[in-house]
Design a protein around this ligand. Structure first.
Ligand code: ATP
Length: 335
Protein backbone atom coordinates (compact mmCIF):
# COMPACT_ATOMS: atom_id res chain seq x y z
CA UNK A 1 0.00 0.00 0.00
CA UNK A 2 2.96 2.29 0.53
CA UNK A 3 4.68 4.12 -2.30
CA UNK A 4 2.06 3.22 -4.91
CA UNK A 5 2.80 4.90 -8.22
CA UNK A 6 0.28 5.97 -10.84
CA UNK A 7 1.16 4.95 -14.40
CA UNK A 8 -0.49 5.48 -17.74
CA UNK A 9 0.30 5.48 -21.46
CA UNK A 10 1.64 8.83 -22.68
CA UNK A 11 -1.31 9.77 -24.89
CA UNK A 12 -5.05 10.70 -24.77
CA UNK A 13 -5.64 12.03 -21.19
CA UNK A 14 -2.26 11.25 -19.65
CA UNK A 15 -1.47 14.87 -18.79
CA UNK A 16 -4.45 15.26 -16.47
CA UNK A 17 -4.12 11.71 -15.06
CA UNK A 18 -0.47 12.30 -14.12
CA UNK A 19 -0.93 15.90 -12.96
CA UNK A 20 -3.95 14.83 -10.90
CA UNK A 21 -2.01 11.97 -9.35
CA UNK A 22 0.84 14.30 -8.40
CA UNK A 23 -1.65 16.74 -6.86
CA UNK A 24 -2.94 13.88 -4.71
CA UNK A 25 0.60 13.04 -3.58
CA UNK A 26 1.47 10.06 -5.81
CA UNK A 27 4.64 9.50 -7.80
CA UNK A 28 3.88 9.11 -11.51
CA UNK A 29 5.11 7.13 -14.50
CA UNK A 30 4.43 7.94 -18.16
CA UNK A 31 4.85 5.02 -20.54
CA UNK A 32 5.63 6.56 -23.91
CA UNK A 33 6.29 5.29 -27.38
CA UNK A 34 9.83 6.06 -28.52
CA UNK A 35 10.16 9.63 -29.68
CA UNK A 36 6.82 10.73 -28.20
CA UNK A 37 7.88 11.87 -24.75
CA UNK A 38 7.95 15.64 -25.26
CA UNK A 39 4.49 16.56 -23.82
CA UNK A 40 5.27 14.65 -20.61
CA UNK A 41 8.65 16.32 -20.33
CA UNK A 42 7.70 19.92 -21.02
CA UNK A 43 4.66 19.80 -18.75
CA UNK A 44 6.64 18.03 -16.04
CA UNK A 45 3.83 15.70 -14.94
CA UNK A 46 5.85 12.49 -14.85
CA UNK A 47 8.37 11.55 -12.19
CA UNK A 48 9.59 8.84 -14.52
CA UNK A 49 9.24 8.31 -18.25
CA UNK A 50 9.59 4.80 -19.62
CA UNK A 51 10.07 4.61 -23.38
CA UNK A 52 8.83 1.49 -25.13
CA UNK A 53 8.93 0.69 -28.82
CA UNK A 54 5.15 0.34 -29.28
CA UNK A 55 2.17 0.46 -26.90
CA UNK A 56 1.09 -2.91 -28.27
CA UNK A 57 4.26 -4.39 -26.76
CA UNK A 58 3.42 -3.22 -23.27
CA UNK A 59 3.14 -6.81 -21.99
CA UNK A 60 6.93 -7.07 -22.02
CA UNK A 61 7.19 -4.22 -19.54
CA UNK A 62 4.48 -5.29 -17.13
CA UNK A 63 6.74 -7.07 -14.67
CA UNK A 64 8.95 -4.03 -14.41
CA UNK A 65 5.93 -1.87 -13.56
CA UNK A 66 4.62 -4.40 -11.07
CA UNK A 67 8.01 -4.23 -9.30
CA UNK A 68 7.71 -0.47 -9.23
CA UNK A 69 4.36 -0.86 -7.40
CA UNK A 70 2.42 0.87 -10.17
CA UNK A 71 -1.33 1.01 -10.75
CA UNK A 72 -2.20 1.48 -14.42
CA UNK A 73 -4.96 3.94 -15.34
CA UNK A 74 -6.74 2.99 -18.59
CA UNK A 75 -7.76 5.59 -21.14
CA UNK A 76 -8.86 5.56 -24.79
CA UNK A 77 -5.41 4.83 -26.22
CA UNK A 78 -4.77 2.17 -23.59
CA UNK A 79 -7.94 0.20 -24.33
CA UNK A 80 -7.42 0.41 -28.07
CA UNK A 81 -3.93 -1.13 -27.79
CA UNK A 82 -4.61 -3.42 -24.90
CA UNK A 83 -7.75 -5.39 -25.61
CA UNK A 84 -9.87 -7.36 -23.15
CA UNK A 85 -8.11 -10.69 -23.79
CA UNK A 86 -4.70 -9.21 -23.05
CA UNK A 87 -6.11 -7.33 -20.10
CA UNK A 88 -7.55 -10.45 -18.50
CA UNK A 89 -4.14 -12.14 -18.62
CA UNK A 90 -2.38 -9.07 -17.36
CA UNK A 91 -1.22 -8.98 -13.74
CA UNK A 92 -0.57 -5.29 -13.36
CA UNK A 93 -3.03 -3.62 -10.94
CA UNK A 94 -5.63 -1.90 -13.12
CA UNK A 95 -8.00 0.87 -12.02
CA UNK A 96 -11.53 -0.02 -13.15
CA UNK A 97 -13.73 -2.96 -14.08
CA UNK A 98 -12.04 -4.95 -16.87
CA UNK A 99 -15.13 -6.89 -17.90
CA UNK A 100 -17.18 -3.79 -18.61
CA UNK A 101 -14.98 -3.15 -21.66
CA UNK A 102 -16.70 -6.09 -23.31
CA UNK A 103 -20.02 -4.25 -23.03
CA UNK A 104 -18.85 -0.88 -24.25
CA UNK A 105 -16.81 -2.19 -27.19
CA UNK A 106 -19.54 -4.31 -28.81
CA UNK A 107 -22.33 -2.24 -30.41
CA UNK A 108 -24.99 -4.87 -29.61
CA UNK A 109 -23.99 -5.41 -25.99
CA UNK A 110 -23.69 -1.67 -25.53
CA UNK A 111 -27.30 -1.28 -26.72
CA UNK A 112 -28.47 -3.96 -24.27
CA UNK A 113 -26.80 -2.16 -21.39
CA UNK A 114 -28.23 1.25 -22.31
CA UNK A 115 -31.73 -0.12 -22.95
CA UNK A 116 -31.62 -1.79 -19.55
CA UNK A 117 -30.84 1.65 -18.13
CA UNK A 118 -34.02 3.07 -19.69
CA UNK A 119 -32.11 5.31 -22.08
CA UNK A 120 -33.35 6.53 -25.45
CA UNK A 121 -31.20 5.30 -28.35
CA UNK A 122 -31.20 6.09 -32.07
CA UNK A 123 -33.15 3.47 -33.98
CA UNK A 124 -31.04 0.75 -35.62
CA UNK A 125 -32.09 -0.51 -39.05
CA UNK A 126 -31.42 -4.23 -39.29
CA UNK A 127 -31.76 -4.15 -43.08
CA UNK A 128 -31.23 -1.34 -45.60
CA UNK A 129 -34.73 -2.17 -46.90
CA UNK A 130 -36.23 -0.72 -43.73
CA UNK A 131 -34.45 2.63 -43.97
CA UNK A 132 -37.18 5.28 -43.87
CA UNK A 133 -35.29 8.33 -42.57
CA UNK A 134 -31.80 9.90 -42.83
CA UNK A 135 -29.19 7.54 -41.42
CA UNK A 136 -25.60 7.48 -40.23
CA UNK A 137 -23.73 4.35 -41.26
CA UNK A 138 -21.06 3.29 -38.81
CA UNK A 139 -18.30 0.93 -39.73
CA UNK A 140 -17.42 -1.40 -36.87
CA UNK A 141 -14.14 -0.47 -35.28
CA UNK A 142 -14.05 2.97 -36.96
CA UNK A 143 -11.83 5.43 -35.11
CA UNK A 144 -12.89 9.03 -34.62
CA UNK A 145 -15.94 8.61 -36.83
CA UNK A 146 -13.63 8.29 -39.85
CA UNK A 147 -15.41 5.30 -41.39
CA UNK A 148 -18.88 6.83 -41.10
CA UNK A 149 -21.10 8.17 -43.83
CA UNK A 150 -24.54 9.75 -44.02
CA UNK A 151 -27.36 8.70 -46.30
CA UNK A 152 -30.60 10.55 -46.85
CA UNK A 153 -32.69 7.49 -47.70
CA UNK A 154 -32.52 3.89 -48.89
CA UNK A 155 -31.57 4.80 -52.47
CA UNK A 156 -28.81 7.13 -51.32
CA UNK A 157 -27.54 4.40 -48.94
CA UNK A 158 -27.40 1.81 -51.71
CA UNK A 159 -25.47 4.13 -54.02
CA UNK A 160 -22.96 5.09 -51.35
CA UNK A 161 -22.33 1.63 -49.89
CA UNK A 162 -21.26 0.41 -53.34
CA UNK A 163 -18.35 2.84 -53.31
CA UNK A 164 -17.14 1.85 -49.80
CA UNK A 165 -15.07 -1.09 -48.72
CA UNK A 166 -16.91 -1.74 -45.47
CA UNK A 167 -17.37 -5.31 -44.24
CA UNK A 168 -19.38 -4.78 -41.06
CA UNK A 169 -21.47 -1.76 -40.22
CA UNK A 170 -24.50 -0.54 -38.33
CA UNK A 171 -27.18 1.66 -39.89
CA UNK A 172 -28.43 4.12 -37.32
CA UNK A 173 -31.15 6.74 -37.42
CA UNK A 174 -29.47 10.13 -37.82
CA UNK A 175 -30.60 12.32 -34.92
CA UNK A 176 -30.72 16.01 -35.70
CA UNK A 177 -29.55 17.93 -32.66
CA UNK A 178 -26.47 19.08 -30.82
CA UNK A 179 -23.89 16.68 -29.47
CA UNK A 180 -23.35 16.74 -25.69
CA UNK A 181 -20.81 14.41 -24.12
CA UNK A 182 -21.46 13.99 -20.41
CA UNK A 183 -18.56 13.00 -18.17
CA UNK A 184 -19.58 11.18 -15.00
CA UNK A 185 -17.70 9.63 -12.13
CA UNK A 186 -19.01 6.93 -9.83
CA UNK A 187 -17.15 5.75 -6.77
CA UNK A 188 -18.27 2.59 -5.00
CA UNK A 189 -16.43 3.85 -1.90
CA UNK A 190 -19.26 6.27 -1.16
CA UNK A 191 -21.81 4.92 -3.68
CA UNK A 192 -22.17 8.36 -5.25
CA UNK A 193 -22.53 9.62 -8.81
CA UNK A 194 -20.84 12.88 -9.79
CA UNK A 195 -21.07 15.00 -12.92
CA UNK A 196 -17.49 16.04 -13.66
CA UNK A 197 -17.92 18.06 -16.86
CA UNK A 198 -19.40 18.08 -20.38
CA UNK A 199 -17.97 18.78 -23.80
CA UNK A 200 -18.66 18.85 -27.48
CA UNK A 201 -16.07 17.76 -29.98
CA UNK A 202 -14.40 19.91 -32.57
CA UNK A 203 -14.59 17.75 -35.66
CA UNK A 204 -13.09 18.00 -39.11
CA UNK A 205 -14.74 18.55 -41.51
CA UNK A 206 -18.21 18.61 -39.86
CA UNK A 207 -17.36 21.82 -37.97
CA UNK A 208 -15.84 23.45 -41.03
CA UNK A 209 -18.89 23.23 -43.27
CA UNK A 210 -20.58 26.30 -41.77
CA UNK A 211 -17.58 28.29 -43.01
CA UNK A 212 -18.31 27.45 -46.62
CA UNK A 213 -21.46 28.77 -48.23
CA UNK A 214 -23.92 26.24 -49.62
CA UNK A 215 -23.36 27.42 -53.17
CA UNK A 216 -19.62 26.73 -52.82
CA UNK A 217 -20.18 23.40 -51.06
CA UNK A 218 -22.38 22.22 -53.93
CA UNK A 219 -19.41 22.16 -56.29
CA UNK A 220 -16.91 20.67 -53.90
CA UNK A 221 -18.20 17.10 -53.47
CA UNK A 222 -17.51 17.03 -49.72
CA UNK A 223 -18.44 13.96 -47.67
CA UNK A 224 -19.15 14.84 -44.03
CA UNK A 225 -16.47 13.47 -41.70
CA UNK A 226 -16.11 13.56 -37.94
CA UNK A 227 -12.39 13.38 -37.23
CA UNK A 228 -11.91 14.71 -33.71
CA UNK A 229 -9.31 17.46 -33.42
CA UNK A 230 -10.19 18.86 -29.99
CA UNK A 231 -12.95 19.55 -27.47
CA UNK A 232 -15.01 22.51 -26.21
CA UNK A 233 -16.51 22.84 -22.73
CA UNK A 234 -20.30 22.90 -22.36
CA UNK A 235 -22.55 23.94 -19.51
CA UNK A 236 -26.14 22.84 -20.14
CA UNK A 237 -29.45 24.45 -19.18
CA UNK A 238 -29.85 23.69 -15.50
CA UNK A 239 -33.26 22.09 -16.06
CA UNK A 240 -31.54 19.32 -18.06
CA UNK A 241 -29.49 18.15 -15.08
CA UNK A 242 -32.34 16.12 -13.63
CA UNK A 243 -32.44 13.88 -16.72
CA UNK A 244 -28.64 13.77 -16.91
CA UNK A 245 -28.47 12.50 -13.33
CA UNK A 246 -31.25 9.97 -13.97
CA UNK A 247 -29.38 8.58 -16.97
CA UNK A 248 -26.08 8.35 -15.08
CA UNK A 249 -27.60 6.65 -12.06
CA UNK A 250 -29.47 4.17 -14.24
CA UNK A 251 -26.33 3.30 -16.20
CA UNK A 252 -24.56 2.42 -12.94
CA UNK A 253 -27.57 0.45 -11.70
CA UNK A 254 -27.81 -1.49 -14.97
CA UNK A 255 -24.05 -2.15 -14.94
CA UNK A 256 -24.51 -3.97 -11.63
CA UNK A 257 -27.01 -6.27 -13.35
CA UNK A 258 -24.91 -7.01 -16.44
CA UNK A 259 -21.64 -7.38 -14.51
CA UNK A 260 -23.08 -8.72 -11.27
CA UNK A 261 -22.58 -7.66 -8.53
CA UNK A 262 -20.13 -4.78 -8.71
CA UNK A 263 -20.85 -3.23 -12.10
CA UNK A 264 -18.62 -0.43 -13.34
CA UNK A 265 -16.91 2.37 -11.44
CA UNK A 266 -14.68 5.35 -12.00
CA UNK A 267 -15.17 7.69 -14.97
CA UNK A 268 -17.63 7.04 -17.77
CA UNK A 269 -19.19 9.12 -20.52
CA UNK A 270 -22.53 9.19 -22.28
CA UNK A 271 -22.24 10.47 -25.82
CA UNK A 272 -25.55 12.08 -26.63
CA UNK A 273 -27.41 14.11 -29.21
CA UNK A 274 -29.81 16.59 -27.65
CA UNK A 275 -32.76 17.41 -29.90
CA UNK A 276 -34.79 20.61 -30.11
CA UNK A 277 -37.44 18.84 -28.02
CA UNK A 278 -34.72 18.58 -25.35
CA UNK A 279 -34.61 14.81 -25.55
CA UNK A 280 -31.29 13.02 -25.11
CA UNK A 281 -30.43 10.22 -27.52
CA UNK A 282 -27.36 8.27 -26.41
CA UNK A 283 -25.35 6.84 -29.30
CA UNK A 284 -22.39 5.56 -27.33
CA UNK A 285 -21.04 4.91 -23.84
CA UNK A 286 -17.37 4.92 -22.83
CA UNK A 287 -16.66 3.19 -19.54
CA UNK A 288 -13.37 4.98 -18.86
CA UNK A 289 -11.93 8.48 -18.94
CA UNK A 290 -12.63 10.22 -22.27
CA UNK A 291 -10.56 12.87 -24.05
CA UNK A 292 -13.46 15.31 -23.73
CA UNK A 293 -12.41 15.81 -20.09
CA UNK A 294 -9.16 17.45 -21.24
CA UNK A 295 -10.44 21.05 -21.21
CA UNK A 296 -11.02 20.61 -17.47
CA UNK A 297 -7.54 19.97 -16.08
CA UNK A 298 -8.22 22.89 -13.74
CA UNK A 299 -11.78 21.74 -12.98
CA UNK A 300 -15.18 22.54 -14.49
CA UNK A 301 -18.21 24.56 -13.40
CA UNK A 302 -19.65 21.28 -12.12
CA UNK A 303 -16.58 19.94 -10.31
CA UNK A 304 -16.22 23.36 -8.64
CA UNK A 305 -19.58 22.78 -6.95
CA UNK A 306 -18.23 19.63 -5.28
CA UNK A 307 -14.57 20.45 -4.62
CA UNK A 308 -12.54 23.32 -3.23
CA UNK A 309 -9.56 22.42 -5.40
CA UNK A 310 -9.35 22.12 -9.21
CA UNK A 311 -10.69 18.60 -9.78
CA UNK A 312 -10.06 17.07 -13.18
CA UNK A 313 -11.36 13.58 -13.89
CA UNK A 314 -7.73 12.44 -13.79
CA UNK A 315 -7.32 13.86 -10.31
CA UNK A 316 -10.66 12.36 -9.25
CA UNK A 317 -9.31 8.91 -10.15
CA UNK A 318 -6.20 9.50 -8.04
CA UNK A 319 -8.37 10.69 -5.14
CA UNK A 320 -10.45 7.53 -5.39
CA UNK A 321 -7.29 5.44 -5.15
CA UNK A 322 -5.97 7.53 -2.27
CA UNK A 323 -9.21 7.15 -0.34
CA UNK A 324 -9.34 3.40 -1.02
CA UNK A 325 -5.79 3.05 0.36
CA UNK A 326 -6.77 4.98 3.50
CA UNK A 327 -9.87 2.82 3.98
CA UNK A 328 -8.00 -0.38 3.09
CA UNK A 329 -10.50 -0.96 0.25
CA UNK A 330 -8.17 -0.84 -2.75
CA UNK A 331 -9.28 -4.29 -3.89
CA UNK A 332 -12.75 -2.90 -4.58
CA UNK A 333 -11.54 -0.51 -7.26
CA UNK A 334 -8.34 -2.08 -8.60
CA UNK A 335 -8.40 -5.42 -10.45
P1 ATP B 1 -15.57 7.09 -30.35
O1 ATP B 1 -16.40 7.95 -29.45
O2 ATP B 1 -15.46 5.69 -29.90
O3 ATP B 1 -14.25 7.73 -30.71
P2 ATP B 1 -16.23 7.75 -33.00
O4 ATP B 1 -15.53 9.01 -32.74
O5 ATP B 1 -15.71 6.80 -34.01
O6 ATP B 1 -16.43 6.96 -31.67
P3 ATP B 1 -18.82 8.75 -32.64
O7 ATP B 1 -18.34 9.62 -31.56
O8 ATP B 1 -19.65 7.60 -32.28
O9 ATP B 1 -17.62 8.18 -33.48
O10 ATP B 1 -19.56 9.62 -33.70
C1 ATP B 1 -18.92 10.56 -34.57
C2 ATP B 1 -19.85 11.72 -34.86
O11 ATP B 1 -21.07 11.26 -35.39
C3 ATP B 1 -20.18 12.57 -33.67
O12 ATP B 1 -20.08 13.93 -34.01
C4 ATP B 1 -21.59 12.30 -33.35
O13 ATP B 1 -22.20 13.46 -32.87
C5 ATP B 1 -22.14 11.86 -34.69
N1 ATP B 1 -23.19 10.84 -34.49
C6 ATP B 1 -22.98 9.59 -34.08
N2 ATP B 1 -24.15 8.90 -34.05
C7 ATP B 1 -25.11 9.77 -34.44
C8 ATP B 1 -26.53 9.67 -34.63
N3 ATP B 1 -27.18 8.53 -34.43
N4 ATP B 1 -27.19 10.77 -35.06
C9 ATP B 1 -26.53 11.92 -35.31
N5 ATP B 1 -25.19 12.07 -35.16
C10 ATP B 1 -24.49 11.02 -34.75
Amino acid sequence: MKDIKIATFGSHTALQILKGAKDEGFKTIAICEKGKTSPYKIFNVADEIIEISKFSEFEKYEQMLIKKNAIIIPHGSFVSYYNLDKLKKSKIPYYGCKNILKWESDRNLERQWLLKAGIKLPKVFESPDNVDSPVIVKEYGAKGGSGYFLAQNKKDFEEKIKTKKIAKYQIQEFIVGTPVYIHYFYSPLDDKLEIMSMDKRYESNADALGRISFSDQKNMDIATSYTVVGNFPIVVRESLLHEIIRMGENVIKASKEIEFPRGTWGPFCLETILTDKLEFYVFEISARIVAGTNPFINGSSYSYLNYDVPMSTGRRIARDIKKAIELNRLKEIVE
